[in-house]
Design a binder for this molecule. Structure first.
Ligand code: SF4
Length: 301
């Protein structure tokens, strides 16, 4: 960001009132097993429906926290933020861009919500503002995706990433490590597949059991069915991914923090800000680095 824009850019969440195809019945009902959107929606967004008012509140907060911020991106984060027709998307995005301190958009969505007409419009937007497109990959293993009720397979992700690249759009992928059924081998195989795809950046999240999600209910009934990663195993898996990815891939996030009142497990007892240094030390102790195994078969790794 400093190289490209001369300083820090800060994302400010907005909730534009979207839903997602895994909730309204077109891909599924009840949502992904791990999802409770309240976990990543700041409280002020539920009180203010107007996007500009949301941005005012969010920017006021961020300005106090990060006074050196050079510009703000309206972060369409809750649910699937391209799940609508182009005319409706245009009205929402343009309203956010009309805020005098907003210089761009970050748009989070599912891979099955990116038809070509939406990508055409996003490519047009990217010509005149900073635009980040974030796609929830979550897992590269079809069995894991099916078990968490994701409502799309990995081929859908591959297709979305390739078409976004054809439109000249850099994509940040979200990975959720530790979903039921995921193993170290499936993580490594997934990283191999991702390394072949046009990804600009990754965001890593550890699986957290969020109150109100289907996973929380499942775990309450049968705790053994939902084993959770400890910090060291999580760092091992993140390192496994990174050593198979190109050295040019950017890492935007190394973990997420659900508000304590909503988090049922795990209790890691650390601040997110500690994770980068912990990962650095972990990778040094393993004698590895991002890209080390990019062209090495896994039998050697
Ligand atoms: S995680 Fe995203 S796709 Fe899944 S139910 Fe929640 S909002 Fe929908």
């Amino acid at each position: 960001m400093r190289q490209a824009h001369g300083g820090r850019l800060q994302k400010v969440s907005v909730d534009a009132g979207f839903t997602c195809p895994n909730r309204d019945g077109s891909a599924g009902r009840g949502g992904c097993s791990f999802c409770n959107n309240l976990a990543f929606t700041p409280g002020y967004l539920r009180e203010q429906r107007d996007i500009l008012a949301q941005l005012d509140t969010g920017i006021g907060f961020m300005r106090r926290r990060y006074p050196d911020t050079r510009g703000y991106l309206a972060y369409f984060q809750a649910y699937s933020n391209t799940y609508s027709g182009v005319a409706e998307l245009r009205a929402l995005y343009e309203r956010a861009l009309s805020h005098p301190q907003v210089i761009g958009l970050a748009i989070g969505t599912r891979p099955d919500c990116l038809p070509d007409e939406v990508l055409d419009y996003l490519a047009e937007l990217a010509e005149r503002c900073v635009l980040e497109l974030e796609i929830g990959i979550e897992s590269c293993d079809d069995g894991v995706l099916q078990a968490c009720g994701r409502g799309h397979d990995f081929a859908c992700t591959v297709d979305a990433l390739q078409r976004a690249a054809q439109h000249g759009l850099p994509v940040t992928g979200h990975l959720l490590l530790g979903l039921p059924g995921e193993t170290r081998d499936s993580i490594r195989a997934g990283a191999r597949a991702l390394a072949e795809l046009p990804l600009a950046a990754l965001k890593f999240h550890q699986l957290q059991v969020v109150r109100g999600s289907r996973l929380a209910l499942h775990r309450k009934r049968n705790p053994d069915a939902v084993p959770l990663l400890d910090v060291q195993t999580y760092l091992d898996w993140v390192a496994d991914v990174l050593e198979r990815m190109p050295p040019t891939l950017r890492v935007q996030r190394l973990g997420s923090e659900v508000p304590p009142a909503l988090r049922a497990a795990p209790g890691w007892d650390l601040r997110l800000s500690a994770l980068p240094a912990m990962l650095d030390a972990h990778m040094r102790s393993r004698g590895t680095w991002q890209g080390r195994l990019l062209s090495v078969a896994d039998t050697a790794g």
